[in-house]
Design a protein around this ligand. Structure first.
Ligand code: GLN
Length: 279
């Protein structure tokens, strides 16, 4: 490769790496914007930078997510540090945040929880948009939780972080709204090999992909205040099953929302204001 910005772009084209991806990689490596790269395509690269770029091109071709190579993913406008220990926040999950924010519209002093927060994406996006909300986030992986905490500290967003599995660290507490993007991929899903660089524990949930959704929904009612919302991301074919699980746990106002591709992506419901009449 000619050791310049233009040389790196030419080498990337030869290897079939997307031009935008190279610009993002180069920008992250040099601490420069895409505009700068376009205006300075004769800027020299040193031997270390060339070696790092070649390694990144190879990793990209092997399916490593670009966000792991740049170390960053933008989610709901927030720059989040990410690495191999966390799921890369997906654009479709922004729909779950939009739904949560709509539920919180006009309300202050609300308690919100994000279960399985990973990089902290959902919790931080909610806190950023609704600073008055008390936001709690739970994560089972100490490595991911450390990344989430660091993201919160860097973005100066105060979230109450807890290490633990789903509801376990929240025992005895109740929330107005709980969101989760749990693992929901079936163990034999043919798309899993393409996701092999991300943590399996963040992706796979048993034979049908519903194990974690089942547990979260079944244990939810005592953790929600009357009228409280539970909103969950799930696979494109899991809308009916998720609504059924919510109905079985006594939730009302059930609905499913689609992502930008028009696929079922989130379902949710409310805990009734009044406990159901017992016969
Ligand atoms: N939406 C992710 C994917 O299939 C899966 C994330 C998850 O299991 N929560 O790429």
């Amino acid at each position: 490769m000619t050791p310049t910005v233009a040389g790196a772009l030419a080498e990337a084209r030869r290897r079939g790496v997307d031009r935008l991806d190279v610009q993002l990689l180069l920008g992250a490596m040099l601490g420069k914007s895409r505009a700068w790269l376009i205006a300075h395509d004769d800027a020299p690269l040193d031997a270390t930078q060339v070696a790092r770029l070649n390694a990144a091109f190879e990793a990209k071709a092997d399916g490593v997510p670009l966000a792991y190579l740049t170390g960053e993913q933008i989610f709901c406008g927030l720059p989040l540090a990410v690495g191999p220990g966390v799921l890369v926040p997906r654009p479709e999950t922004e729909g779950l945040v939009d739904w949560a924010l709509a539920c919180l519209q006009g309300r202050t002093d609300v308690a919100v929880a994000d279960l399985g927060t990973g990089s902290g994406a959902i919790a931080l996006a909610i806190k950023s948009a609704r600073p008055a909300a008390q936001v709690t986030a739970v994560e089972r992986s100490p490595e991911a939780l450390a990344m989430a905490r660091a993201n919160g500290a860097r973005l100066q967003l105060a979230v109450d972080w807890h290490l633990g599995h789903w509801w376990q660290p929240l025992a005895g507490r109740q929330f107005d709204l709980v969101v989760a993007n749990p693992p929901y991929v079936a163990a034999d899903d043919p798309h899993l090999p393409a996701l092999r660089h991300e943590p399996t524990s963040a992706l796979v949930a048993g034979r049908d992909g519903l194990d974690d959704l089942r547990q979260i929904i079944a244990e939810a009612p005592p953790q929600l205040r009357p009228g409280g919302w539970l909103l969950l991301e799930h696979g494109h074919d899991q809308g009916p099953a998720t609504r059924q699980l919510l109905a079985a746990a006594g939730f009302t106002d059930l609905s499913t929302r689609q992502d930008l591709a028009g696929l079922d992506r989130c379902s949710g419901g409310r805990k009734p204001e009044m406990p159901a009449e017992t016969a």
